[in-house]
Write a new protein. Sequence first.
Length: 256
Amino acid sequence: MFAPQRRERILELLRERKEIVVKELAAEFGVSEGTLRADLKLLEDGGKLERTHGGAIPAASPGLGPAGIESSRSELNRAEKQAIGRAAAGLVSKGQCVMLDASTTALELAKCLVDLDYLTVVTNGLNAAMLLSQNPRINVILIGGVLRPGSRTVEGVLGQGILEDVQADLFFTSSEGFTLEAGMTDFSVYEAELKKRMASGVSRVVALLDHTKLGRRSIAVSIRPPAIHTLVTDAAAEPAFVKRLERERIRVMIAE
């Protein structure tokens, strides 16, 4: 396959999948990851897509500014994420302390929690923190760290002191991929490390993963399967994969 044909195929796959991963496509096309990154850069320079850590998503709408990439991410499988957020909200009770990561799926959960009274929320997501702070009966604790360029996500372990002092009931987290061999994985090592710290002081970890994340694997491991109490996914999840999860004693909730 010549380079122009390969780039056209990349755009076709991006339209079909809404998100592509360099490692997976390199193997699929039989080229090096460096070659594929060069293709993505050329396509990004032409306004055809937005590169992410380890892959690419559809191009953001003009004029979105630095948050364009994050806005595009929020549109991926949006209906599934909204359903997962609604289902996960049923696990939260009045008076609890919960942790939310900065994922777009956790933001959908936050939208379902904003009217709940007497709740403490610990998060590294600026969008979720700003949304939940509108309710004066929700105590919002924002984890400190480094603001990821072009996003509203705080990364790093500068907020470790806060996490050591907080004992939360639930930690709701998503990832770029999940396999039973590796667990939850992300493109960013710093993001994965922060999630490990967040998970260490909670009673239960709840994974929020739409069906496109199941069976996929990224670079950095965040949460191993034995640490996951409940996994919330959507109705398009493969039944065989769900059965494997249940055999590993992971509670599965299917969001309709």
